[in-house]
Design a protein around this ligand. Structure first.
Ligand code: HEM
Length: 439
């Protein structure tokens, strides 16, 4: 058995398994669950605030530093989902912690030698002090503005309202769970918003670089919203495969290059002996960028994640039964799978010309995301798979689709858009974009 060391929930101890179960129930909203409905409502409400703010702030045609606003909207989605709290975009304490979360996200994604060689610590004093100062400010905010008041009012017998309730109750109910653990978990999970914000920024960057991508997303948006009659909602996700494919293509290029695990017992991988205690890396970079697995891996081509929907003609319409079952596909990505009416094309071979031709001929509603790409593991696979992946997809989708519905995205200086492979993180101060209202 192989498990992950030193990542969010640490080793595979009983405590870790308990924490994972707690977090998974609340932070992995599955389609058709009440958590999914909650994610959908919160995403939709926050988008209204974001759109209002954008409308008031942007100067059409002028470069605009959109990243802080995207991060604040994401932070609010996460804090409403996990703590039932929304903060005003003008709240300076909120602005500060959103920025500090983002600074930390950038730093932890740099892959310093210190991450692997802890004895280098004395040479990284300034670096670690900076991170400690940011973390201290975040901790104070979480205590003052989220935990303290809630903790005194918690009623063990009332149903759980959110993740914060669950964590606080577990503190009372389970002697093995410490206060520090639950505060750390809450910080860690709320901090996940930085990943989503940076991911959305990357999607917008690719659109600025290649307007065809933006146009394809807008075609989907216009189709499902009946030409802008309404905003995009979470349940539109299944009808907007190109938009999701864009997010996946960003993940392919930007996922963490390595995922470290530890073998907990002697085993064999592809005939090679692995002894218990060995560190084993999943080489995501090779899986995402190798010519062995992808056609033109260095090109940004969302179409590689699409295939034609094939309507089953053997089923009578009376027997037509859309059973949605949420299951992990071979790629480790948890996709809500429609069984019954449609099935994936039997061969998942990528053929860009054919997919583009189909996009033109039928529109996006005849295409679907490929469900079986065994080498695509942006969220890893198995029992340590990423707990936040449904939040990433859901909130990322709703944010991207609604921004692109209302604005054309460009840049006055494409050379300022620098995208590094194998990291979702962008510097806290990054390229501005030009947002032009569509109507
Ligand atoms: C771009 C966004 C993200 C990517 C690409 C990503 C990817 C990953 C990967 C590759 C792992 C390692 C899994 C393994 O060890 O096999 C992981 C673990 C984890 N992720 Fe994410 N993640 C993202 C966002 C998030 C968010 C937003 C949250 C929380 C809200 C989150 C929570 C976690 C947790 C708790 C673990 C540890 C699971 C465990 O140790 O059992 N992730 N993630």
């Amino acid at each position: 058995m192989i498990t992950t060391p030193a990542l969010a929930l640490c080793d595979w101890s009983m405590l870790q398994q308990k924490r994972r179960n707690l977090a998974r129930r609340h932070c992995s909203p599955r389609e058709s669950s009440s958590y999914f409905t909650k994610m959908s409502r919160i995403g939709g409400e926050e988008i209204k605030h974001l759109m209002e703010k954008l409308e008031k702030t942007i100067m059409p045609g002028e470069p605009f530093n959109i990243k802080p606003l995207i991060l604040k909207a994401c932070a609010n989605m996460f804090s409403q989902y996990m703590c039932s709290l929304r903060f005003n975009y003008e709240d300076t304490e909120f602005q500060q912690i959103v920025q500090f979360f983002d600074e930390i996200f950038w730093e932890i994604n740099q892959g310093y030698p210190l991450d692997f060689l802890p004895w280098l610590l004395p040479f990284y004093k300034n670096h670690t002090k900076k991170i400690c100062d940011w973390s201290t400010t975040i901790r104070k905010f979480i205590l003052d503005r989220v935990i303290n008041q809630r903790e005194s009012n918690i009623d063990i017998d009332e149903p759980d309202n959110d993740f914060t309730d669950v964590l606080l109750k577990s503190l009372r109910e389970d002697k093995n769970v410490s206060r520090n653990t639950i505060i750390f978990m809450l910080e860690d999970f709320i901090g996940g918003h930085s990943a989503v914000g940076n991911l959305v920024m990357l999607c917008l960057a690719y659109i600025a670089k290649d307007p065809v991508i933006g146009k394809n997303i807008q075609n989907e948006v216009d189709f499902v919203s009946n030409n802008g009659q309404r905003s995009i909602e979470l349940h539109d996700m299944n009808e907007m495969p190109y938009t999701m494919a864009t997010i996946f293509e960003v993940l392919r290029y930007s996922s963490s290059p390595i995922v470290p695990h530890v073998a907990t017992e002697d085993t064999q991988i592809s005939g090679y002996g692995v002894t218990s205690g060995s560190i084993v890396f999943i080489n995501n970079y090779e899986l995402n960028m190798s010519h062995k697995y992808w056609t033109n891996p260095n090109n940004f081509e969302p179409e590689r994640f699409l295939e034609e929907k094939i309507k089953s003609i053997t089923m009578s319409s009376k027997l037509y039964d859309i059973r949605r079952c949420s299951e992990a596909s071979d790629s480790g990505i948890e996709i809500e799978k429609e069984t019954g009416t449609y099935h994936a094309s039997s061969k998942n071979q990528f053929c860009r010309g054919k997919v583009i031709e189909n996009l033109k001929r039928y529109g996006h509603h005849r295409l679907q995301l490929k469900k079986n790409i065994p080498h695509f593991l942006p969220f890893s696979i198995g029992k340590r798979t990423c707990i936040g992946q449904n939040l990433v997809r859901g909130f990322g989708f709703i944010m991207l689709a609604n921004i692109v519905q209302s604005y054309n995205i460009n840049s006055t200086d494409l050379s300022s858009i620098i995208i590094n492979s194998a990291t979702v993180a962008l510097p806290a101060t990054t390229f501005p974009l030009v947002l032009t209202p569509r109507m």
